[in-house]
Design a protein around this ligand. Structure first.
Ligand code: NAD
Ligand code: G6P
Ligand code: MN
Length: 444
């Protein structure tokens, strides 16, 4: 790590992402702990990167950080040379391809979702190549930099990274546990900053086992389960008005009513109730459409207003916990704070009764040498069985990517819990291969 008194260089890979303003806002809000001297936006889409340059330049000025140097570039050497942190959030194929993932699945009666089910697998096959390329650039131009990765689908990405770069300075994280905790605390009147959570699973596929509240001096998970069963949660401020998130948090009550042993990750709805999810889905207007008409449109409008010289009321983005989480992780590394976060890491015994080479999501303490996962007690058979099948499916998909194997892809699709038969798996796989020409490796 460079001498921080001189200030840090932070590169955002996927600079044009709709999440960039929120992350930069968090960086600026924490400038005392994360002193930034230069921000670089790296994207392979010049138009999106140019738009974001205008937005971030405007923010820096408004927030009194005009001295921070800002650069946007499509050149990896310029983007990464000598940087200290890379925050990665690319979406290979953009929201247009997300729309295809969702709609092809729904058309065939399956869950159509960004990271779960066969849509998530299709995205995984696109995303691995793009992210491995970004990571290779960082290894070449800034081998000492820490990469903090949000790029989805995280389980698949993390498995590909585990194989290709086993010793890399990279931490894969998801904002969902923090968002679930914030929503629970907000609805039922707790302060999540007082919590020590025990959680285990795969990304978007896990359970809480304990929520210890330091101020109350006890495990409050049993009372949270009671509340979840009796009173659905309302989506908290940062997602207010978002119908999809309201439905997701409502589904947590359904899951908990049937399985009241643990607080679940909301994403389990796709694996446990795929029939219900498909029944409620609009096959013609999916989440990708909502995001294009929402976050993506807002981003373009902000840039357009700045281009036209509008001075006030330009910024329109949802700050939330997403940016703060990645910034907290960066400061925990930088200042060796050893704070506790959920991270996506090779198992290596953290869950003792699950294969060692699985990639799992578990608590870890993060400090100057990176993430040190917590060693957990064995997990129950119901969760273990679900996870083992999912791990095998994800591993087969990653095999398929590296080996160019159609057979492994078909096995992965067939094993995915959201898919009822090998016949449907093959139909969807063949459609996905067509739709993803130029994005997937060729499968033989
Ligand atoms: P987006 O499409 O708005 O932004 C992604 C950006 O990446 C685009 O500007 C695109 O041009 C760029 N890009 C695509 N391929 C690239 C490549 N190979 N190299 C460089 N840049 C590339 O998407 P978004 O909705 O802002 O989401 C961004 C990413 O963050 C997605 O992968 C999404 O799933 C992920 N995400 C993860 C979490 C989490 O908890 N892990 C939370 C939110 C978003
Ligand atoms: C949460 C998840 C992310 C996912 C995002 C989708 O933050 O943790 O992994 O990408 O939701 O949000 P969207 O608004 O794009 O559907
Ligand atoms: Mn996530």
């Amino acid at each position: 790590m460079t001498n921080t008194t001189k200030g840090l260089v932070i590169t955002i890979a996927g600079g044009g992402s709709t999440y960039t303003p929120g992350i930069i806002q968090a960086v600026l809000n924490n400038a005392d702990r994360l002193p930034v001297k230069e921000i670089r936006l790296y994207d392979n889409d010049k138009q999106r990167n140019d738009d974001m340059f205008l937005i971030i330049q405007y923010m820096l000025k408004k927030e009194g950080f005009a001295g921070v140097h800002l650069l946007s570039t499509e050149n990896p050497e310029e983007a990464f040379a000598g940087c200290d942190f890379v925050f990665s959030q690319i979406r290979v194929g953009g929201l247009k391809m997300r729309e295809q993932d969702e709609k092809i699945c729904l058309k065939n009666g399956l869950v159509g979702q960004e990271t779960c089910g066969l849509g998530g697998f299709a995205y995984g096959m696109r995303s691995m190549g793009g992210l491995l390329e970004v990571v290779s650039h960082v290894q070449k131009y800034a081998p000492e930099a820490w990469i903090l990765n949000y790029t989805n689908p995280e389980s698949i990405i993390s498995e590909a990274i585990r194989r290709k770069f086993p010793d890399i300075k990279m931490i894969n994280v998801c904002d969902m546990t923090i968002s679930i905790e914030e929503t629970i605390a907000h609805n039922y009147g707790y302060n999540r900053k007082e919590w020590i959570c025990e959680y285990y699973g795969l990304n978007h596929f896990g359970w809480y086992r304990k929520i210890y509240d330091k101020s109350l001096g006890r495990d409050i998970m049993p009372e949270i389960i009671d509340k979840l069963v009796n009173q659905e949660m309302q989506v908290a401020d940062f997602n207010a008005g978002d119908k999809t998130w309201q439905e997701a948090f409502s589904m947590m009550s359904v899951i908990t009513k049937n399985f009241p042993t643990n607080v679940p990750n909301n994403y389990l709805e796709y694996y446990l109730y795929p029939d219900m999810v498909v029944e409620h889905a609009d096959k013609n207007y999916t989440r990708a459409n909502m995001v294009m008409d929402g976050r993506e449109k807002n981003t373009k409008e902000m840039a357009e207003k700045i281009r036209q010289g509008v001075e006030d009321n330009v910024l329109n983005f949802n700050f939330g916990e997403h940016g703060q989480y990645i910034v907290d992780i960066a400061t925990s590394i930088l200042n060796d704070e050893n704070r506790r976060f959920m991270v996506i890491v090779p198992n290596n015994g953290a869950i003792p009764n699950l294969r060692q080479d699985a990639v799992v999501e578990v608590p870890a303490y993060i400090g100057a040498i990176g993430a040190e996962p917590v060693s957990l007690k064995p997990i129950p058979d119901f969760h273990k069985g679900l996870m083992e099948a999912q791990v095998a499916a994800e591993k087969l998909l990653v095999d398929s990517f590296f080996e160019g194997s159609y057979q492994k892809a078909l096995q992965a699709f067939t094993l995915n819990r959201t898919c009822p038969s090998a016949r449907v798996a093959k139909i969807v796989l063949d459609e996905m291969i067509e739709a993803n020409k130029g994005y997937w490796p060729e499968l033989k």
